[in-house]
Design a protein around this ligand. Structure first.
Ligand code: PLP
Length: 388
C-alpha cells in the first residue's frame, strides 16, 4: 500500500461496528443441500419468511436459488414480491394466502397463494373466474388447530365433482405441530390424516414436513419438504445433536471494562450483588438488538422459567451475563479473563460459533427461531459467500 492509499483508507465498517452479524452463506447452502439430500427423492423447498429468519431474504434467497432451490415459502405477499426479483423462475408460495385487493400482485409476480379457509377458497374461485387460471395451493389442518381448511372439508372438496375446473391446487400441504418431538404420537396421527388427504387429492403434489419432519423419515417427505430453521443452522429436533452448521454469528463490542467491588450491585434494579471483586465488560448490545431481556443474569420474571442467564464468548472463554440486559447494553462478568487478554473494543460473541444459537435461546426461555427473527436493524452485516 502506498502512503497515499494509506492516508485515505477508511476502516471497514464491519471492523468497527458496535454490533455486527456474520452470515455464512456457504454454511446456509450446505445446510439446505443436506436437507435436500435427506428429503430425496422428494424435492426440498426453502422457507425464507420473516426476512429469511432475520438473516436477509435478498442474500439468503439468492444463495439458495443459486444452489438450486426452485420452491420457496414466504409468509406474506410482500415477502414474495421481494423474493421474486432474485428468484425469477422459482415457485413462490405465500403461506398466509391472499386478501381481496392483492390479486394483481399475485398474478403479476406469479405468487402462489396457499388457501387455508372456506372464505379464501370462495374468494379465489371468484378471482380465477374473472382473471383466468392461476396456480394455488391448499393448506389443510390435520390437528394443529392453526391455519388450514378442516380435514373433512378438504376431503369433501377433493371429492366434489362440481368443483370448478379453474380450481387447480398445485400443492396440498399440512404442518406438524410436534415434529420436534419424534416420539410424540401426534406425528403418526397427523401422518395418517395426511395420507387420507393424499388419497383424496390423487395426482396433486403433497407436502407435510418442515425441518423437523425431514428428520422423522421418508414417510413424512411426500413430494416437497419445507425446511426453514435447519437451513439457518438452528435446532429442529429437541433431543440429540444438532447436525446443522451454524450460519449466523452475532457479536457486540466491549465499550468499557470496569472494576466493581464485592457487595456492589449491577444493572437496573440492582438484582445481582457481586460475590467477589469483579471485572465487568459493558457490551454494546441489548434487547433492542434481539439480545432478549429474558437472557438476563438475574432480576427478570421471565427468567424464572430457566436456571441461569446467557453466556457470551470472548478471549477463548465463556462469560456469564450479569444482572439485567438493558435496551442497548449488556454486562458480562469477565473476572476470570486475565486483563492482558481482554480490552475495550474486543468483540463478545452473543451466539454463533462458540455459543450455539439454541443454547443462547434456551437460556432466555425461548427458541433459536425467536432469537434470529428478533435481531433488529442495528447490526452491521457481513455475508460470507460460498466458494465457487
Ligand atoms: C415456518 C414454516 C415452515 C418451516 O418450519 P421450520 O421449522 O423452520 O423448518 C414450514 N411450513 C410452514 C407451514 C411454516 O409455517
Amino acid at each position: 500500500m502506498t502512503d497515499l492509499q494509506d492516508a485515505f483508507s477508511f476502516p471497514d465498517e464491519f471492523d468497527i461496528a458496535p454490533v455486527r452479524l456474520t452470515v455464512d452463506l456457504g454454511a446456509l447452502v450446505d445446510n439446505w443441500q443436506e436437507m435436500a439430500r435427506r428429503s430425496a427423492p422428494a424435492r426440498a423447498a426453502a422457507v425464507v419468511k420473516a426476512d429469511a429468519y432475520g438473516l436477509g431474504i435478498e442474500d439468503c434467497g439468492t444463495a439458495l436459488y443459486e444452489a438450486g432451490a426452485r420452491d420457496f415459502f414466504v409468509a406474506v405477499m410482500q415477502e414474495g414480491m421481494t423474493l421474486r426479483s432474485f428468484a425469477p423462475d422459482a415457485r413462490i408460495y405465500v403461506l398466509s394466502g391472499i386478501w381481496p385487493g392483492q390479486e394483481a400482485n399475485f398474478y403479476d409476480h406469479g405468487l402462489v397463494p396457499v388457501l387455508a379457509s372456506e372464505e379464501q377458497l370462495a374468494f379465489w374461485l371468484s378471482v380465477t373466474a374473472e382473471h383466468g387460471d392461476h396456480p394455488c395451493a391448499l393448506q389443510v389442518d390435520t390437528g394443529f388447530n392453526r391455519l388450514g381448511l378442516p380435514l373433512e372439508d378438504a376431503i369433501a372438496l377433493a371429492d366434489d365433482v362440481s368443483r370448478p375446473a379453474s380450481f387447480s391446487p398445485v400443492l396440498v400441504l399440512s404442518h406438524l405441530f410436534s415434529g420436534d418431538a419424534p416420539s410424540s404420537a401426534s406425528n403418526r396421527a397427523q401422518l395418517d390424516a395426511f395420507l387420507r388427504l393424499a388419497q383424496a387429492f390423487d395426482g396433486i403434489e403433497l407436502s407435510l414436513a418442515a425441518s423437523a419432519g425431514i428428520f422423522l423419515g421418508s414417510e413424512f417427505h411426500f413430494d416437497l419438504t419445507r425446511p426453514g430453521i435447519a437451513v439457518y443452522g438452528g435446532r429442529a429436533v429437541n433431543d440429540g445433536e444438532n447436525p446443522m452448521q451454524p450460519v449466523a454469528r452475532a457479536e457486540a463490542r466491549i465499550l468499557q471494562i470496569r472494576e466493581a467491588k464485592q457487595g456492589e450491585t449491577v444493572s437496573y434494579g440492582g438484582t445481582t450483588t457481586l460475590a467477589r471483586d469483579s471485572q465487568l465488560a459493558i457490551v454494546a448490545a441489548g434487547y433492542a438488538d434481539g439480545y432478549l431481556r429474558s437472557l438476563s443474569g438475574s432480576g427478570v420474571p421471565l427468567r424464572a422459567a430457566v436456571e441461569g442467564g446467557a453466556y457470551g464468548f470472548v478471549a477463548g472463554r465463556r462469560v456469564p451475563v450479569v444482572g439485567r440486559v438493558t435496551m442497548d447494553l449488556t454486562i458480562f462478568d469477565v473476572t476470570d479473563i486475565p486483563s492482558s487478554e481482554i480490552r475495550t473494543g474486543d468483540y463478545v460473541e452473543l451466539f454463533g460459533v462458540n455459543i450455539p444459537l439454541d443454547e443462547a435461546a434456551s437460556c432466555g426461555g425461548t427458541i433459536g427461531y425467536e432469537l434470529l427473527t428478533s435481531l433488529g436493524l442495528r447490526y452491521e452485516r457481513r455475508y460470507l459467500y460460498p466458494e465457487a
